[in-house]
Write a protein that binds this ligand. Sequence first.
Ligand SMILES: C[S@@+](CC[C@H](N)C(=O)[O-])C[C@H]1O[C@@H](n2cnc3c(N)ncnc32)[C@H](O)[C@@H]1O
Length: 190
Amino acid sequence: MIPFNHLGPVFKMFASLVYPGEFRKALESTVQRVRNKGAVLDVGSGTGILSQFARAARDDLQFTMIDPAPGMLRFAPVFAKKVIGRAESLPFPAGSFDAVFTGDAVHHFKDPVSALEEIRRVLRNGGVLTVFEIDPGSILGAFITHGEKMFREPAHFYRPGELAGMLSGNGFECGISRFGWRYSITAYKV
Ligand SMILES: C[S@@+](CC[C@H](N)C(=O)[O-])C[C@H]1O[C@@H](n2cnc3c(N)ncnc32)[C@H](O)[C@@H]1O
């Protein structure tokens, strides 16, 4: 398994490099549509890089980060509430968030299907989910999939259409953006 609990300083320094500028712009435009003082949840937040991107665009939002690794959350910014926990069992009431992000994390979840159901539950109707993932159908994505399996990670990598299909079947309207070997899905709860 990847020892995330010991990798906080590494992610704090380098996590922003994982995300293309185009994705960051798209995330900013998504959060611009969130209502004033809306609640945002960053699932598998690590040190909270997606929340940092979003906060640069909207500093009125109320951020919560959840991750099972306290050693990651310790390096998260002070503006967010931090919760130790897993995506498969989110300790929040139904409909309590206007937006949810999950970046480079779904493939680490033990049970992504339950996690997506939980994310849908905690989103309010009309709320938006942004997922950023690696495409296992690309050459680099296939290499990373193989590497994570060697580390005995869950390695639940999905092709963009496959993940969008899972979300559509779970009550979301989805749009896919591709960034070479990576992609994002913006999904509205209907
Ligand atoms: C590759 S890191 C990405 C962190 C952050 N989103 C970023 O982009 O820097 C994956 C994160 O998923 C977290 N994680 C692993 N299993 C999880 C689960 N079941 N629920 C929530 N987070 C999980 C890990 O602790 C780790 O912080």
